[in-house]
Ligand binder design. Structure first.
Ligand code: ADP
Ligand code: MG
Length: 408
């Protein structure tokens, strides 16, 4: 059974949000030349909305009558979809709203989700314009799949939802420093990378995560600490069960933590009654980590990058084995001490997803369900889906298949 959960009806009614300022400022021209006819011929009736400013799409989506729509589609970069998703999750009826099928047509300078769904469809790397046509066809086909979302907690901002990435260090700096070159399109990342390489620096902080279960049971976690022998409670597998250590430890740690986790959820809901799913794996940011989390020994990094889709940009296949709804945060970090040339080699290998095969000792890749990052430096840049967020401690938890995306 594939990830597809439904198909758009025919004819279908969509709201198409176009950001005229995205990328090289050509999204509207590309709509006229490539998209309009394709959609009409496929029976996709669309209301065109040209966004007027930042957060326009977010406000619209928060207030719109979704029962009149079969999908909401953006034609822009990843930034506009980020607004749409957060708008949906700010609604009192978020549970229903977040199941609205979403679609992406690449029109920005950062089109990572478009590149990812093109990649999932099995097609090979193509140019920007071909990517638009490919995504147009996927939209016309109208197959809807589940997509993971990640909730992001910051120290004093409201909780956010993310569909793509959380970045700190090299990648976040390049993304934001290169915004001023947006008019040249995706090349901005190459230029930004070269500029940043020249002034390569170290980012200090503490990184911790909850490993994704592998092997015998979904959700089973390996403990880093050796726990005292746990009581075998109801629901715990017996000590004789196969793969006993993993399951047994997991069950034990869940029992010992359940009280604190309940407290975490209730303290959050006491402080706010914001919509959205609750985060069962996270404790408040100012509290110590649960004991089944792994704390990374190194504290000097060149970059930390959490990805939940395959591509970070059209030509950056960072997580080749990621899928739309694998319920996994693909966590990458590069330890300090890497030479400029080795880092450049890694970034170049990323175009085809070959960086993991380079055996670079400074690159670490692991799969996690949740993570926490505590930067030590007082100033810096953290990005979520390529957008700047409040700088400081941050934590994240994946919600498997929470949203719906029109993909291949
Ligand atoms: P790009 O990949 O080119 O950065 P994005 O989709 O990420 O494209 O959009 C960049 C930003 O532009 C987003 O933060 C979005 O909110 C904002 N935006 C949307 N519409 C407009 C507009 N009409 N004028 C200026 N900014 C806008
Ligand atoms: Mg952007």
């Amino acid at each position: 059974d594939g990830p597809c959960v439904s198909e758009l009806p025919r004819p279908c009614r969509i709201m198409l949000l176009v950001n005229p300022q995205s990328g090289k400022g050509q999204a509207l021209a590309l709509y006229n030349s490539h998209v309009q006819r394709m959609l009409s011929e496929a029976g996709v009736l669309h209301t065109l909305v040209i966004t007027e400013r930042q957060n326009h799409a977010r406000e619209l989506v928060r207030e719109t009558d979704l029962s009149q729509l079969d999908a909401v589609v953006i034609m822009s970069g990843d930034g506009l979809l980020y607004e749409v998703i957060n708008g949906l999750l700010e609604r009192p009826d978020w549970e229903e709203a977040v199941r609205t099928p979403l679609g992406v047509l690449p029109g920005g300078s950062g089109n990572a989700l478009a590149a990812s769904i093109h990649h999932y469809s099995g097609a090979s790397l193509v140019s920007s314009e071909e990517l638009l046509v490919s995504c147009g066809f996927l939209l016309c086909k109208g197959l809807v799949s589940r997509m993971d979302l990640v909730s992001i907690h910051l120290s004093s901002s409201p909780r956010l939802f993310s569909f793509l990435s959380l970045a700190w260090g090299f990648v976040a700096d390049v993304d934001i420093e290169s915004e001023k070159y947006r008019h040249i399109g995706a090349v901005r990342f190459t230029i930004g990378t070269l500029v940043r390489l020249a002034s390569l620096r170290v980012y200090r902080g503490r990184l911790s995560y909850l490993p994704a279960g592998e092997g015998c049971a979904r959700g089973a976690v390996k403990l880093r600490h050796n726990p005292p022998p746990p009581p075998v409670g109801p629901g715990c597998p017996s000590r004789d069960s196969p793969c006993q250590n993993t399951l047994y430890n997991s069950c034990h740690s869940n029992n010992s933590l359940s009280a604190r986790r309940t407290e975490s959820v209730s303290s959050r809901s006491a402080s706010s009654s914001l919509p959205g799913p609750s985060d069962s794996l996270l404790l408040p940011l100012d509290q110590p980590l649960p004991s089944d989390w792994v704390v990374v020994q190194e504290e000097d990094f060149v970059l930390i990058l959490a990805m939940y889709q395959s591509h970070l940009a059209e030509d950056m296949l960072v997580a080749p084995d990621a899928t739309l709804d694998d319920g996994t945060i693909h966590l990458f970090y590069i330890r300090a001490g890497i030479s400029r040339i080795a880092l450049l080699r890694l970034l170049l290998a990323m175009e085809k997803g070959a960086h993991l095969a380079t055996n670079c000792q400074h690159l670490v890749h692991t799969k996690v369900r949740a993570l926490r990052l505590e930067p030590y430096s007082p100033k810096g840049i953290i990005t979520v889906d390529g957008e700047v967020v409040e700088y400081g401690p941050v934590q994240a938890e994946v919600h498997r298949g929470l949203a719906r995306l029109i993909s291949g």
